[in-house]
Ligand binder design. Structure first.
Ligand SMILES: [Fe+2]
Ligand SMILES: [Fe+2]
Length: 297
């Protein structure tokens, strides 16, 4: 990875999340993670679009890992007595609404940036949650997430080589996802108790996450200078160019591939909309007495 664990770590100063005192918060948090892992079904879309066999093999393995992560979170939630519930709209926007329209967008925005952000949140939970069985499960999952982020970084570097227009488009789209993170920080600042030892630090944690996102963009080569050297007008132009390009791309596909993108066709509901009613998820919802991480297959 282009950023180290140390660089991505936010110092919570030893503050801890308590499984009993903080159950409500943990339930909210793990439900966001659960949703994120269910969006792993989108890997199937990209497997069909993989540029070479190496990438296809990586994605096939990743899809399996993401589905295992769904079970990891269900297991953690069961141990902590948390119920599966819908994710916050900003999280749904970041994880599904920002789904890439091309291979380059997928590897840059969803893998390098998106999974990079999630990885940072996993590190934060590992560093603060006072519940060893959950931490043990998470420690194994982060090793896989680190590989997903690294793949995203490397594939983005390959994709932008010699294509300055693509670099600008990815930067414009990244600015939007960073705006999404700031919106999430704003929501937390208003709704969460500032006196809580960990929660009070979350807005600063999200600022740190955005700084890491900027650093990652610079190391990949998408961003060629510090973000604060880009004027508001330049940023707006980059976002407009990126979305203009997306809209034109969409128009071209409608003309050339009518059957694939016909917008009038009834839309099938995907697992990201139905997973909370899925028997696999509802079957997990009731805590099994005395279950521990050692019962994991
Ligand atoms: Fe995952
Ligand atoms: Fe992942």
């Amino acid at each position: 990875m282009l950023l180290t664990r140390e660089e991505m770590t936010f110092d919570f100063g030893g503050a801890k999340l308590d499984p009993n005192r903080d159950r409500e918060l943990l339930e909210w948090m793990f439900n966001q993670f659960l949703y994120g892992e269910v969006t792993g079904i989108q890997v199937g879309h990209w497997l069909y679009d993989a540029p070479d066999l190496e990438a296809a093999k990586f994605l096939a393995r990743q899809s399996l890992e993401e589905m295992q992560h769904v079970d990891n979170f269900l297991r953690i939630m069961t141990m902590l007595g948390c119920q599966p519930r819908p994710a916050h709209p900003a999280v749904r926007f970041l994880a599904t609404g920002m789904m890439g329209g091309s291979w380059a967008e997928h590897v840059a925005l969803e893998m390098a940036q998106g999974e990079g952000f999630v990885l940072q949140a996993f590190y934060a939970v590992i560093d603060t949650l006072d519940h060893k069985p959950s931490i043990d499960i998470l420690r194994r999952a982060v090793k896989q997430e680190e590989r997903h982020v690294e793949f995203g970084e490397q594939q983005t570097q390959k994709a932008i080589e010699g294509r300055p227009w693509l670099r600008r488009r990815l930067l414009g789209l990244s600015l939007v996802s960073m705006w999404g993170v700031r919106r999430l920080a704003g929501f937390m600042e208003k709704r969460l108790p500032a006196e809580h030892p960990v929660l009070g630090q979350l807005p600063r944690f999200l600022e740190h996450a955005n700084r890491c996102a900027e650093l990652r963009l610079r190391r990949i080569g998408v961003l060629d200078r510090p973000l604060d050297q880009l004027s508001g007008a330049r940023r707006a132009a980059l976002v407009a160019e990126a979305y203009g390009g997306k809209a034109l791309g969409g128009l071209a596909s409608i003309v050339t591939l009518p059957l694939r993108v016909l917008p009038l066709w009834p839309k099938k509901k995907r697992l990201t909309e139905t997973y909370l009613r899925d028997s696999h998820v509802t079957g997990f919802a009731l805590p099994a007495a005395g279950e521990t991480a050692s019962q994991e297959p």
